[in-house]
Design a protein around this ligand. Structure first.
Ligand code: NAD
Length: 292
């Protein structure tokens, strides 16, 4: 069975930087790619800040942080990560973007390379079909924030080979994660359940049933959720939430998955949640302030 030592990560946003971080802490050599040098540097700076906090809280040792930082290398050219044992794609949740990446990468891959996507919702079978290796393609769905969340959902496409699956499970376990298998249907397990709930919370706001604060307080204290659904939507990224709803709506052809028009409006405004400074809350001041 292939022994993973090097990991290429595509996308240095919230998820890609988290994945690069846990891989480096797990002893893997990581190459991190994004659309620009600046984005890669932002990702690496984010990793450094996160690990500095982990050191301060005695969750990791300073030496482990130092070693992990030296294992992460920027990769401005996509093709330079092609020789990695495993490539994990964690770019924006858009099918065309992901297909373009996998198509561009295919001619530069080593024969042994396994491809994985961290997609939250898009068909693994369809993404695999644009590559030269559907048998060595799998869904490795990490949760946000990657260093803190225990689960990795594993999704086999129709062509995924048994060895690819075994390597993926072992790899996730080597990072201290627990795996859960989902079949390749829109949004898999976690987001099939979670994201329609967030969308419903947005409808509740849209229809004036409650304010942002009332809805989040109700679910936190009434259902014992650690975060309210609107706060959680902001945390995930409202563009990602909308994209997942669209995949559910189109993929399952059921009107119960229609995205709330208010969610669409927030995304059109560029109010994407925490990552853009504003969503259902405004994060630009000292404390988050509801925007409705
Ligand atoms: P993000 O917006 O924080 O980061 C996406 C990154 O992808 C950006 O840095 C962007 O520049 C980069 N990118 C876009 N096009 C690219 C290209 N052609 N080549 C290289 N990089 C490119 O988004 P995120 O939250 O990190 O989400 C990334 C993926 O992870 C998505 O598929 C998303 O569905 C999935 N995911 C997200 C969460 C979450 O809670 N946010 C959880 C699990 C999985």
């Amino acid at each position: 069975m292939i022994d993973i030592k090097t990991v290429g990560v595509v996308g240095a946003g919230q998820m890609g930087s988290g994945i690069a971080q846990v891989c480096a802490l797990g002893g893997y050599d990581v190459m991190l790619h994004d659309v620009s040098q600046e984005r890669i540097e932002q990702g690496i700076a984010h990793i450094e800040r996160y690990m500095t906090r982990q050191v301060a809280r005695d969750l990791i040792k300073p030496a482990a942080m130092e070693a992990a930082m030296t294992r992460i290398k920027p990769a401005t050219e996509l093709q330079s990560i092609g020789g990695s044992d495993l490539v994990i794609e964690a770019a924006t949740e858009n099918e065309d973007t992901k297909k373009t990446i996998f198509k561009a990468l295919s001619p530069h891959l080593a024969a042994k390379t396994i491809l994985a996507s961290n997609t939250s919702s898009i068909s693994i079978t369809r993404l695999a079909s644009v590559t030269d290796r559907p048998g060595r393609f799998i869904g490795l769905h990490f949760m946000n924030p990657v260093p803190a969340m225990k689960l990795v959902e594993i999704i086999r496409g129709i062509a995924t080979e048994a060895e690819t699956y075994e390597v993926a499970v072992q790899f996730a376990q080597s990072l201290g994660k627990t795996t859960s298998n989902a079949e390749d249907f829109p949004a898999f397990i976690v987001n099939r359940v979670l994201v329609p709930m967030i969308n419903e919370a947005i409808y509740t706001l849209y229809e004036g049933v409650g304010t942002v604060e009332a809805i989040d307080t109700a679910l936190k204290l009434g259902a014992n959720h650690p975060m309210g659904p609107l706060e959680l939507g902001d945390f995930i990224g409202l563009d990602t939430v909308l994209s997942i709803m669209n995949v559910l709506h189109e993929g399952l052809a059921d009107s119960k998955y229609r995205p709330c028009p208010l969610l669409v409006k927030y995304v059109e405004a560029g109010w994407l949640g925490r990552k853009s400074g504003r969503g259902f809350y405004d994060y630009r001041g000292e404390k988050p302030v509801p925007t409705r």
